[in-house]
Design a protein around this ligand. Sequence first.
Ligand code: SAH
Length: 204
Amino acid sequence: MVRTQIQARGIHDEGVLEAMSRIPRHRFVSGTSAFEAYGDFPLSIGHGQTISQPYMVALMSEELRLLGIERCLEIGTGSGYQTAVLAELAAEVYTVELVPELLERSRRLLEELGYTNIRYRSGDGSAGWPEHAPYDRILVAAAAPSVPRPLTAQLGDNGILVIPVGDSRNYQTLMVVRRIGNRLDTRESIGCRFVPLVQKARGY
Ligand code: SAH
């Protein structure tokens, strides 16, 4: 998977490649064959949600440029697979998931796999997790029509946020936002397709 889907498409971050070689992805998608678990596509994880395609996990992780000292916020725990990658590459991970059953399943598995640097919260992550802000890195695994203000507000100086942005359910753009003092520097990465970020406060 790492060689043919990830390295072959230009991901070079050694930390990302090593973490994804180590983490048992099949444990995060129970009930599927090894072919499917390590296949080049997203998969259903129940509750209408999906585990991201391995390449997308790798790209988002590389875009975060993690050194191992960061405090990271993740919105959309889902299967917990991306959470594991972040936990391997950053110092602390704060992960928020809207569907309580998904959060509990992921928490159990991540604890069983021995991760001790993850804090879990069930709820609407579009408002971030203000109690532990600022974050050095923020990763959003669901698409929003625009970058939610509470998230950029919780991004520390020199912090990086990656988020799929777009109105369409079929096509969005992965955006990389960097805070430099009071300025936000925004760059487009690639086209992508994620489930929508539910924003309760805004009624969708
Ligand atoms: N990285 C995950 C992707 C999960 S899909 C993985 O690879 O498994 C996106 C997840 O975002 C879903 O589990 C969905 O329930 C969650 N989600 C959607 N809107 C949310 C919100 N407002 N707050 C927190 N989680 C949300």
